[in-house]
Design a protein around this ligand. Structure first.
Ligand SMILES: [Mg+2]
Length: 115
């Protein structure tokens, strides 16, 4: 049976906060430092790992972080024991998303998954 794909955002979901940095003002090293020191969201990581452990889902990390930061991002995910299948970077920026396949709350995600 084909696995359902469940995607998790990184900053603001698996990590506690979005960087208050801008590409116009801040050097890449500021982003690197922020990503390296990001505080994990234990509750959301636990949910992700619980879904992954069922082997029923393909777990994708979907982030707006750019490819230059893949290494530091993968190291952070490893350090915080996030068990995922695929890391997709350079997510497009949006202020709002309306998607018939999305769940915007954890409750919505669990309902979608029949948990
Ligand atoms: Mg985010």
């Amino acid at each position: 049976m084909k696995k359902k794909v469940v995607a998790f955002d990184l900053d603001g979901i698996l990590a506690e906060s979005e960087p208050a940095l801008t590409w116009e003002r801040d050097p890449p090293v500021a982003f690197y430092t922020f990503y390296q020191a990001s505080v994990p969201n234990a509750e959301n990581i636990e949910l992700l790992n619980r879904l992954q452990a069922t082997k029923k889902y393909k777990i994708v990390i979907y982030t707006a972080r750019v490819e230059n930061f893949r290494e530091v991002t993968e190291a952070w995910l490893k350090k915080h024991e996030v068990r995922y299948d695929c890391l997709v970077m350079s997510k497009m920026y949006f202020d709002a998303l309306l998607d018939d396949r999305s769940a915007s709350t954890k409750e919505g995600l669990l309902k979608l998954l029949g948990d």
